[in-house]
Each structure stands twice: as C-alpha cells, then as structure tokens.
Write a protein that binds this ligand. Structure first.
Ligand SMILES: Nc1ncnc2c1ncn2[C@@H]1O[C@H](COP(=O)(O)OP(=O)(O)OP(=O)(O)O)[C@@H](O)[C@H]1O
Ligand SMILES: [Mg+2]
Length: 523
C-alpha cells in the first residue's frame, strides 16, 4: 500500500467537509476519487498534503506517517499535487515554474548548492534541461512557451504546467485535482494518455475529475465521496452501477431509471446528438446584429492570439464559440468586455464601441462577462458577491427576490450565504460566478466555460439556467469546451482555430459536421 488514510476528518464550523474517510491506494495503481461538488475531495487532498491541518485520523505514505507534517515535509516524502484553482507563479516564466517545483525535492539539495558554486552551475544546467523535458512530457512545447509568463498561457496549458511542476518533485504519488477541467474531448484524451504513460513508468496516481469517461476509463479503482463520507470504493464497473452512487449523482428516485452514473459511458452523448438533429437552426449570418465584430486582431506582446476574427450575434440568439485550448476564444471575450485592447478591427455592441469604452461603461451598457476561472471575490461572503452583481442593473427593484431565486436554483449558495466565497469548493465557486452573471440581468451575457469544474448533475442545472435566461430575452455568447452541450443549445456557432474563424453554421449543422465531431466532440 503506498497511501493509507484512516478515518481522516476535517470539519469547518458546521460543515463536515471530510467526515471520517479511510482509503488505501496500492502502489503502481491509478486510484480515482469522485463525488458531487462540495463532497470533500479537495479538502481531503488538502489535509493529506499538509495544506489544511488534520482534525482527526491518520495518513501514511509508505512507512512514513503524514499526520501533522507541514506541506513541504510531505512533498519531500514524494507526494506531489496539482491544484484545482491553479496556483502557478503567474509572473514567472513557464520554465521557472517547473524549476521551482524541484526545490522541495531533496532536503540536502540547497546546502550542496551553496557549498560549491561550479557544481551548482552544472546542477542548474541539468535542472534546466530536465525542466524542458518535463514540459515536453506534459505536452507543452518548451521551446515555444518556456519563456512565456505562466499567467499568459491558455487555461488548459496552465493545467499542464501544473502537472510538469508537480512531476519536477520526482514524486512517488501524484495527486491530480481536476487535470482535465477546461479541456475539450481530444485534449482530455491526451491527458488520459499522459496519465497512463506516467503510470506505466511506475508512478502511483490519485485522480480527481468530474469527467466520468476519463475517470472510469483510466482508473483501476474508484472511491466516491458524498457529504464528506466515502459511499463506495471499487472497480469502475462496480462504482458506476452502484445504486448509492447513482443516487448521489442524480438525486433520489433516479436509480430506477438509470443504470449507471451519467457520462460513465458514451451513451448519453449519442442520444443527445440525435435529439438535436430534429430541432433545425438558422445558419445564415443575421441581418441585424446586437454585437458586430469585424476583423478583430489581438496580441499579447509578440504573440497574436486573435487574427482577423469577424462574427455577428443577433438579439436573442445563443451563439457558441468552440475550438481547442489557446484558439483565442477567451481572448475574444476579454476584448469584448474591455479587459484587453485589440491591435485592430472593430467590435460594436448596440452602438457602443467596445474597443474604446471602459469596462465599467461596457457593463452599464448591458454587457456582462462571466470569465473563465471564476474570479469571484474570495474575501466577500456569498451573499455580498451576489449583491454586488446587481449594481450593473438599471433598477434595483426586486433584487432580493432575484437573489432568493438563484439561491433556489443553486441551493448550496443559500446554505453558504454568509461564508466567505473563497472557502467554497471549486464547483460551488463556479455556481456563484454563474449566479452573479444571471443576476446582473445583462442584455448580452458572455459566458466563458460555464461547465468548468461542475459535476454532471450541476452541468445540467447550469445549462438549464442558460436556456431560462435566454428565454427571458438575454442574448448569449458562449465559450464552452463541452462543445456537444454548447452546440445543442446554440442557434449558431463559430469554430475557432489559432485565432481565426474556420467554420460557422447552425449548432445543428456543426454538431453533425464530421470534421467538427472528430476535432471537438471526441467521435
Ligand atoms: N475553509 C473552509 N471553510 C468553510 N467551509 C469549507 C472550507 N473549505 C471547504 N469548505 C466546504 O467544504 C465542502 C467540501 O469542499 P471541497 O472543496 O473539499 O469539495 P470538492 O469535493 O472538492 O468539490 P468540487 O468538486 O466542487 O471541487 C464544501 O461544501 C465547502 O463549501
Ligand atoms: Mg474540489
């Protein structure tokens, strides 16, 4: 047994985040850890890696007890991890981030370095080479992106960089907290190959992810948490057909109709695609647009992220932008909300020049952006976050009723209303970010990866919410790696590759376009 947890407990006030969890991870295996949003997965990892103190229980890696050790000592015992909310040094280059990861490796290292300078230099060169190799291992072209500040890399690449940094520790146990979040199916497939490759080299892996296909496909065993307790532990087959697990994922009553956890097989996706086939959509560019983007070009220093993109959104439409990581989708949204300034081209929203207006003026004009990676106010309470979201609205009447409504939609936000938003789980923060976007009642809502980090049942809830506010008259521009879901609700969509629009059509057309299916829908 490489990792052994015995009755680990961690409560926060009345919240039983981890409530007596025992788990054994065998050397050389890939162990999955799944569960609904807020189930306690990240907290369990935070406890066993020394980021949050144990309250009760014990943990061992090999013969070494982890209980009570600080994070750096646990790292030095060969336990490496990635973070759900990416924790890179954003100002440092990608390579420097990997080098930082080597520091905790051996406790005697630093002394040896100080003692003899020439040796230090030789060691530095060796480390630099190793850092480049690690970046290449995780699928980042180190020659191209090694010198870029980590914060400027696309979200998916930042996740890969986190894995490279964790590997720099030369760990015995690698813990991955949602490594595939924000990736499309083909990118997820490469993450799966990476996990398998690392495991084949002898690394033991503990994998947390909401993508059931990934988890069930790659893990030897899977444990399931719900409300801080372990409710199942077994092979993927056993776990995905376990009645208690299905209930935890779908709510009471569901176990009669469904025989496995949603997303655990490809079945859902095929039926969804068929349903959409009958719905038909508009494929022509609209005549009257509320948003008109023409020949937009945006760069980060020497790197051009968006190259002459043109598209239109008509009032009342849902338009999706799909494409791989780094294709330029988030850059486009950030430019439309005034966070970035383009090098060229135009973007008009209902008479307002978005390339010149201040972000605050853009919001007041009725354009609200829910950015990728949440960006909630961590120190403010959940309720304060929601209240702040309503400032952009023209009238404040009914604000509290609206807040109550979103709390009904996302009950956990009601339960946590007086807690600091920073203490919410990853998925709960995502719900808060979306709830804020909904509350702002914009005329045009830009949503960047709304399904990020959400368990399957919450993804359904969020897509229902998007359709509801759309039905209320809000126009929506949606960026989403879950292209299948995005195309299923979109009137029209644009496919973006390396900063250029390659293809456009109705959601339906693109859903059935073989090239799109291959590239973005995983089939
Ligand atoms: N520091 C804290 N103070 C108060 N409550 C906390 C704190 N940290 C976590 N919680 C609560 O504990 C519960 C478990 O959170 P955790 O982050 O472990 O969930 P998770 O399983 O990782 O969920 P997700 O899939 O959404 O990432 C959540 O309901 C969260 O609100
Ligand atoms: Mg988590």
């Amino acid at each position: 047994m490489l990792l052994r947890l015995d009755s680990v407990q961690r409560h926060f006030g009345g919240v039983r985040a981890v409530d007596g969890v025992s788990l054994e991870v065998e050397q050389g295996t890939i162990q999955g850890l799944i569960g609904p949003n807020g189930a306690g997965k990240t907290t369990l990892v935070n406890v066993l890696t020394g980021y949050v103190p144990f309250q009760a229980g014990h943990a061992w890696v090999g013969a070494d007890e982890l209980t009570g050790l600080p994070a750096h000592r646990i790292a030095a015992l060969g336990v490496a991890r990635t973070f759900q909310n990416i924790r890179l040094f954003k100002e440092l280059t990608a390579i420097e981030n990997v080098l930082v990861g080597m520091h905790t490796r051996r406790r005697d290292d630093t002394l040896a370095q100080l003692a003899t300078l020439p040796l230090f230099r030789r060691d530095q060169r060796g480390r630099l080479n190793e850092a480049h190799k690690l970046m290449d291992t995780v699928g980042l072209a180190s020659r191209d992106v090694g010198d870029r500040p980590a914060g400027t890399l696309p979200y998916g690449d930042q996740r890969r960089l986190e894995i490279a940094r964790a590997l720099a520790l030369r760990p015995r146990l690698l813990i991955l907290d949602e490594p595939a979040a924000g990736m499309n199916p083909s990118e997820k497939h490469r993450i799966r190959e990476l996990i398998e490759h690392l495991n084949a080299d002898g690394l033991t892996i503990l994998l947390i992810d909401h993508d059931m296909r990934l988890v069930m496909g790659v893990c030897n065993r899977v444990a399931v948490l719900n409300f801080g307790r372990k409710i199942a532990d077994g092979t993927p087959e056993e776990v995905s057909t376990d009645a208690g697990v299905i209930k935890a994922y779908l709510g009471a009553g569901s176990e009669r109709e469904v025989r496995s956890v949603p997303g655990a097989s490809g079945v859902d996706e095929a039926t969804e695609a068929e349903e959409v086939a009958g719905s038909g959509g508009r494929s022509v560019e609209p005549e009257n647009a509320i948003l008109e983007v023409h020949d937009l070009t945006v760069s980060y220093g020497a790197i051009t992220a968006v190259r002459g993109a043109s598209f239109r959104v008509a009032p009342g439409e849902i338009v999706a932008l799909i494409g791989a990581n780094g294709a330029g989708k988030s850059t486009i949204l950030n430019t439309l909300s005034g966070l970035l300034r383009p090098d060229g081209g135009s973007a008009m929203f209902d008479g307002l020049d978005l390339t010149a207006a201040k972000p605050s003026a853009i919001v007041r004009h009725g354009l609200v952006h829910v950015p990728e990676g949440r960006e909630i106010l961590a120190r403010q309470t959940v309720l304060e976050n929601l209240e702040l979201a309503t400032w952009a609205r023209r009238s404040s009447t009914g604000t509290h009723g609206q807040i109550e409504l979103v709390m009904k939609r996302f009950p956990i936000l009601g339960e946590r209303r007086d807690m600091r938003a920073g203490t919410l789980s990853g998925g709960e923060q995502q719900m808060l970010a979306i709830a804020r976007g909904l509350l702002a009642k914009p005329r045009l809502l830009l949503l960047d990866e709304p399904s990020l980090g959400l368990a399957p049942q919450m993804v359904d809830e969020v897509f229902r919410a998007i359709e509801d506010i759309h039905a209320d008259g809000t126009t929506i521009l949606l960026v989403e790696q879950n292209a299948l879901r995005a195309l299923a609700i979109a009137d029209r969509a644009y496919v973006i590759e390396t900063g250029q629009i390659q293809l456009s059509g109705s959601g339906d057309e693109l859903l059935h376009n073989p090239a799109v299916r291959r590239a973005y829908l995983g089939g």
